[in-house]
Structures are given as C-alpha cells and as structure tokens.
Write a protein that binds this ligand. Structure first.
Ligand SMILES: C[S@@+](CC[C@H](N)C(=O)[O-])C[C@H]1O[C@@H](n2cnc3c(N)ncnc32)[C@H](O)[C@@H]1O
Length: 216
C-alpha cells in the first residue's frame, strides 16, 4: 500500500461518519445510533470515492445514505467531503458486500444503488460478481418489501448477465431496462448523477445502460 493510502486508511478511523465493519457487532442498530433518527436507508454498494453516495445524500435530505466499499482509502475521500459540506445524512462503511446481512437488519434498506460495478466477465471471477444469485439473496434480505435495486453500467454484457442472474435466482422482478439511459430518461435527476467512471464512458462515446429490479 502506498504511503498516501496508508495515511488515509489510518485517518479513516477518526472520521465520525466512516465505520469499519470490523467494529460492528452484528445487526443494524448502529445505523440508528449513528444518524440519531429512523429515516429510510439508501445504500450505494461498491461506492469507490463515494460520488454517487454524496449526490444521493444531497437529493434525499429525508433519508440516510451509506456508501459501502471494501477499500478504505477510496471511501476516505467521500467521508471527508461529506464532513466538509456538511452532509449529516451521509456515512461510509468499509465492508465486503457479501457480508451485508451481518451489518443490516432484514428489511432495513429502502433502496440500493450500484453504479458501475466491476463486470468481472471471466468465468473464474464469477463468484466475486456482485450481481450473482448469492449476492441477490443478500439484497433481498436487507431490502424492505417493495425495495428497489438500481444498476448503471456502460457494459451491455453486464446487463445481459444481470437478467440471467435474476432469472436463475427466481425471486426477483425486473422493473426497468434501458440500453441508452440518457436518450430515454433525459430529465431523471437521480439517474443522471455522474461519477468519474460515467464521465469517462460518456467521453469515450459509450451509452449508459440501466436496470432496476425488486423482489417477490
Ligand atoms: C468500478 S468501481 C465503481 C465505483 C463507484 N460506484 C463509481 O461509480 O464511481 C467498483 C467498486 O466496487 C468495489 N467493490 C467490488 N467488489 C466489492 C465487494 N465485494 N465488496 C465491497 N466493495 C467492492 C471496488 O473496491 C470499487 O471501488
């Protein structure tokens, strides 16, 4: 790990809006204690620097928004920014997505956002894909009834994979699929939030794809 990453990682421990999953004892009570309210909960999974998390926090003032990523030096950026603005309804959790049901109660989450998950197309990477059936089971457990998952990507193969995975999982309902989000939803301010990844894809002339789903 570079010196800069090490410094950020160490500093993360002292930011009051950033938690490490190793500090949590199980269940989702820590969320109420952290925000000191019972507002609906929105997650960004694989949040990287937390750009989507911050933007959702600015738009959803009546909800709490938590960005989750396994990389501490990345969420450091988002956490610092949220403190500086300040965005009191935003926090970050360093955790592995596959362990989420250890840190959130069943039905605790209203919405999950997954902008630009790593597609991991190689067969040997399949078990790490965050949209594989075993991950879908985790999302179903922590979402409220009627809760929704939003996925954005520049990768058509990933959209096809999600549709296959949802069908294999069997308890999911596709809500919407778009192969060119900006052409089809030019005015949706939540879907139009741009991260660094998205800007890169748009600059390279790629279209942005989107799929949303819930569970039965
Ligand atoms: C391509 S980046 C997207 C970042 C962000 N959503 C954006 O649009 O800017 C994918 C992120 O997912 C995180 N990630 C991948 N698999 C993960 C897992 N199993 N648990 C937690 N984070 C994960 C990576 O560390 C990385 O920051």
């Amino acid at each position: 790990m570079s010196r800069k990453k090490q410094r950020r990682f160490a500093e993360l421990e002292h930011l009051q809006n950033a938690l490490d999953s190793s500090m949590l004892t199980g269940g989702g009570n820590w969320v109420r204690a952290l925000f000191e309210n019972d507002n609906p909960l929105v997650l960004e999974l694989g949040c990287g620097k937390g750009e989507y998390t911050l933007a959702l926090g600015r738009r959803y003032r009546d909800a709490n928004v938590i960005g989750v990523d396994r990389k501490g030096d990345r969420i450091w950026k988002g956490a610092k920014r949220a403190l500086a603005e300040p965005l009191e309804n935003v926090a970050f959790l360093r955790a592995r997505i596959e362990k989420l049901s250890d840190y959130f109660d069943p039905g605790q989450v209203r919405e999950i956002w997954m902008p630009y998950p790593d597609p991991l197309p190689k067969r040997r990477q399949a078990k790490h894909r965050v949209l594989s059936p075993s991950f879908l089971e985790t999302y179903r457990r922590i979402l409220v009834k009627g809760g929704i998952v939003h996925v954005k990507t520049d990768d058509s193969g990933l959209i096809e994979y999600v549709i296959e995975s949802l069908s294999e999982y069997g308890r999911a309902i596709v809500k919407r699929v778009s192969h060119d989000l900006y052409a089809e939803e030019p005015n949706d301010e939540l879907l139009r939030i741009e991260t660094t990844y998205e800007r890169r894809h748009l600059d390279a002339g790629r279209t942005i794809k989107y799929i949303s789903f819930g569970f039965s």
